[in-house]
Design a protein around this ligand. Structure first.
Ligand code: NAI
Ligand code: MG
Length: 481
């Protein structure tokens, strides 16, 4: 009998699903099954939430911030000790080029390092009030946090959600994506090794509509964090509303790169192509529209063309610019966008090429630059979540801002201009969560608050800002006379 799949971690113990069901894990690189995860559902979520609740009342509640920080520092060090193993696992599971996977694992370690240092610095306030009163506002943990993360950056999202949750004294139940749970399981084991008490981190692998839905609807969960599609984001917020609990939603974007005619074209072209092909374009903050001032359109698009044509797509171990997308559905979704755009008569300006390591059974799509794309076209409005870039000309500042703000999303904007006054003027008018001027993404920026407006979601992750989401203010009014 094959050994049972045990990727569920509850109360410090690994287990299989009660149903004994498991889910196959396929490599995006060749479509072959290389592993399995337990198919957790409602019973496992109930046990996990109970374990997280019990841990909240246990020693964790009296563990000082600096002690929590020490365990997190140890986890950060363990992640770096296992960097290569984790990177190989992440590359195999998600298809990302190995260098990109290593960067993600370093980011994961950085999250725990950053939030370890923050754990004893979650400060409250003393408020001036009436004579004879002393008012303090203290920040308390939310309690049991339900975290649902996607498959594009599983390891680093483990750090991005669990880091601030633990720094502020919460306990968590994590539901990773069915398409990429392997690194989260390994990181959970390392967290246990680092000395986290049983029940502080609980992991339930399984399907979104089973384990994910059960977690989001559980009446004893105090806070929800979700990253993924806007459609599921609506379900999560509806569940949160029913239980009257807060949620943070990060739902992707259609982020513009705005290139004015005075920009540093070399730097801009290199960054813009790098960003849309990184992780095969499956990045919530990917700059998927490039708005170019008409006076510079031909010249700059020519530079993008040269760079996009040079992008090679292949297996993670070939370590090229671009790997496969996550699964067959996603490959078909991206291909659908490419086919419809062509069918609608939009010109393909440039396409990358398939490397020999890109086998036929893998989920590969060609990085593609289209343009000019009408602003009303789906390529200019909808999230493709693939290596597809839409070039759109604009006349002046006012039109650039109107086009940039003219989608349902509002996550990130890149602004490329050497004119300092314009940098500030335009940055102020963009309806997004973050603006990068003459750079984009800032290497992941653990320290930088991150989140969206409009359909991109609400709430902030990363940086010290995330600590506010994972805590609740308690006002204590004391009359001393
Ligand atoms: P998804 O939104 O369905 O999955 C994200 C997470 O939510 C996964 O852990 C999944 O198991 C869980 N989930 C799914 N249905 C759920 C439910 N009913 N209740 C609770 N949790 C649930 O995203 P999917 O299907 O993997 O990808 C579809 C599209 O979503 C992509 O093509 C892309 O456009 C977008 N997406 C955006 C991401 C981002 O970073 N903003 C990440 C992943 C997907
Ligand atoms: Mg889905």
């Amino acid at each position: 009998m094959p050994s049972e799949v045990r990727t569920i971690f509850i109360g410090g113990e690994w287990s299989a699903a009660q149903s004994h069901d498991s889910l196959e894990v396929r490599s995006p690189t060749d479509g072959e099954v290389f592993g399995a995860i337990s198919r957790g559902g409602k019973p496992e979520i109930e046990r996990a939430v109970d374990a997280a609740r019990a841990a909240l009342a246990g020693p964790w509640s009296t563990t000082a911030g600096f002690e929590r920080g020490r365990i997190m520092s140890k986890l950060s060090a363990l992640i770096l000790d296992h960097l290569e193993e984790l990177a190989q696992l992440e590359a195999r599971d998600t298809g990302k080029p190995i260098t990109q996977a290593r960067t993600d694992i370093r980011a994961t370690a950085r999250y725990f390092e950053f939030y370890a240092g923050a754990a004893d610095k979650v400060l409250g306030d003393v408020l001036p009030f009436l004579d004879g009163y002393q008012v303090t506002v203290q920040r308390e943990p939310r309690g049991v946090c339900g975290l649902i993360i996607p498959w594009n950056y599983p390891a680093s999202m483990f750090g991005r959600t669990i880091g601030p949750a633990l720094a502020t004294g919460n306990t968590v139940v994590l539901k990773p994506a069915e398409d990429a749970s392997m690194s989260c399981a390994r990181l959970t084991a390392l967290a246990h090794e680092a000395g986290l008490p049983a029940g502080v981190i609980n992991l339930v692998t399984g399907l979104g509509e089973e384990a994910g839905a059960a977690l989001s609807q559980h009446p004893d969960v105090d806070f929800l964090s979700f990253t993924g599609s806007p459609e599921v984001g609506t379900l999560i917020q509806t569940a949160a509303a029913r239980n009257h609990v807060p949620c943070v939603l990060e739902l992707g974007g259609k982020s513009p790169q705005i290139v004015f005619d005075d920009a540093d074209f070399e730097r801009a072209a290199q960054t813009i192509v790098g960003v849309i092909t990184q992780n095969a374009g499956q990045t919530c903050s990917a700059g998927s529209r490039v708005l170019v001032q008409r006076s510079a359109y031909d010249r700059f698009v020519g530079m993008l063309k040269a760079r996009m044509s040079a992008v090679r797509v292949g297996a993670p171990e070939a370590d090229l610019e671009c790997g496969p997308v996550i699964n067959r559905t996603q490959a078909q979704k991206v291909q659908g966008f490419l086919d419809r755009a062509r069918g609608d008569g939009i010109d393909v300006i440039a396409q990358g090429s398939l490397d020999r390591s890109a086998v036929r059974t893998g989920y590969f799509v060609l990085p593609t630059l289209f343009g000019p794309v009408p602003t009303t076209h789906e390529l200019a409005q909808d999230e493709v979540f693939g290596p597809v870039l839409a070039a759109i000309p604009f006349e002046d500042e006012a039109e650039a801002i109107a086009i940039a703000n003219g989608t349902a999303y509002g996550l990130v904007a890149g602004l490329w201009t050497e004119n300092g006054a314009r940098q500030m003027r335009v940055a102020k008018k963009l309806r997004v969560g973050q603006v990068f001027v003459n750079n984009y993404g800032a290497g992941g920026g653990i320290e930088l608050p991150f989140g969206g407006v409009k359909r991109s979601g609400h709430g902030r992750e990363k940086g010290l800002e995330a600590l506010k989401e994972y805590t609740v203010a308690k006002t204590v009014v004391l009359r001393h006379g």
